[in-house]
Design a binder for this molecule. Structure first.
Ligand code: AMP
Length: 374
């Protein structure tokens, strides 16, 4: 008999950023109690959770305490130590497990896993030092991108080489540990899809979206992606293959490149709610956060319907003041602010979701505010 977690139970979240916050808000709506572990007092999730344990993510005693106080354990980000999580979670309900987490923490494991499923990834070469790097560049050609195998996010731990290898830029990445060189994929669109699963093996697929990155950080998500039904089905089939292979519980984001001749390459997996799924709060019959909770609590999962096309735009530290200026003017914009104390450049402070019948017109309106001008 699979276990079902009912309202009144406690959901324990490792990590207290905006993803944890929106997960907690959904959990509260469903009648759960929420606990979070995060080193920052008054972190975004801590502001809406019932309680917070203030400690480092790798603090095993603190993680054990979170596990003991929770009826179901989950996480909002990838960089949790897998062996520690396995140890502390042994006494609690942790249906996601660490299999997919371990794959997504390491780019090489991730690529090998995707290849084992017969899914296309960009050509790549694993490497450890400058000599390997030169050989890898000779093999893959320019442009190419050097990435650390672990700890990379939002473009951190990445360097693009367009015409020559800049050793000074490569050195800190190589000093971090094993790396991977990837051929540049000349994509026309970056797509992503969210899928949620439960222990009963049910899956909910969200619509395929189109993402616009600036300086390697997600800037905007457009839904639905302007692609053919055939391609959209292909993206969904690809997500299904991954979700089925790992017996997905909770939410998974799959990031994909689309090339000019219609080829798809899987770029990255994120075994959690994702920035490119935030639009679902307003635009879908169920949000990615509610789907995540239904998944880990083993509630049945519904088919997801898009209620309206939408644009989601991120508010980074440098956009915060100007975005406040739009609050009195924009009656149809859904403002989400995460309550972070410090508005640093490049830091995700909030997002805006706009439901629309005309994506092009809405993008023009967003541009006209000049909030996101470089
Ligand atoms: P990642 O951290 O791997 O998701 O990379 C961040 C962003 O860098 C991606 O969303 C792309 O815009 C770009 N990027 C990374 N790898 C490649 C690649 N092999 N080819 C083209 N663009 C890439």
């Amino acid at each position: 008999m699979t276990k079902i977690i009912l309202p009144g139970a406690t959901v324990g979240i490792v990590g207290g950023g905006q993803l944890g916050q929106m997960m907690a808000l959904a959990a509260k709506e469903m009648g759960f109690r929420v606990g979070v572990l995060d080193p920052t007092p008054d972190c975004p999730c801590g502001q809406v959770a019932d309680w917070q344990i203030i400690a480092a993510y790798q603090d095993e005693a603190a993680l054990s305490q979170l596990a003991e106080k929770s009826d179901v354990l989950t996480f909002e980000f990838e960089n949790v130590h897998v062996a520690t999580l396995d140890r502390v979670a042994s006494g609690t309900y942790f249906p996601q497990g660490t299999h997919l987490l371990a794959i997504s923490q390491n780019r090489l494991k991730e690529k090998s896993f995707l290849q084992s499923l017969g899914l296309p990834v960009a050509p790549f070469v694993p490497l450890e030092n400058i000599r390997d790097l030169r050989q890898a560049v000779a093999k893959l050609g320019y442009p190419c991108v050097l990435k650390t195998t672990t700890d990379g996010y939002d473009g951190k731990g990445q360097v693009v080489f367009t015409a020559e290898v800049d050793e000074a830029l490569a050195a800190p990445l190589l000093a971090h540990g094993a790396c991977v060189l990837e051929a540049w994929v000349p994509f026309v669109k970056e797509l992503s899809i969210m899928v949620a699963g439960n222990e009963a093996g049910e899956l909910s697929f969200f619509p395929v979206v189109e993402n616009d990155h600036r300086h390697n950080i997600l800037h905007a998500t457009l839904v639905p992606a302007a692609i053919s039904t055939h391609l959209s089905n292909e993206v969904q089939a690809l997500a299904k293959k991954i979700a089925t292979a790992v017996k997905l519980v909770g939410t998974l984001a799959v990031e994909i490149f689309l090339t000019p001749d219609g080829e798809l390459f899987v770029n990255e997996l994120a075994p959690r709610p994702h920035n490119s799924g935030h639009y679902s709060i307003e635009a879908c019959t169920i949000s990615q956060f509610t789907a995540h909770l239904r998944g880990i609590c083993n509630w049945p999962l519904p088919p997801v319907r898009l209620l309206s096309p939408a644009v989601m735009v991120n508010i980074l530290g440098e956009h915060l003041a100007k975005s406040y200026g739009e609050i009195p003017r924009q009656r149809s914009w859904n403002f989400h602010l995460y309550g972070k104390a410090l508005a640093k450049t490049g830091r995700k402070m909030g997002h805006i979701t706009i439901l629309t019948t005309n994506l092009t017109q809405t993008l023009k309106e967003i541009q006209a505010t000049k909030i996101w001008d470089a």
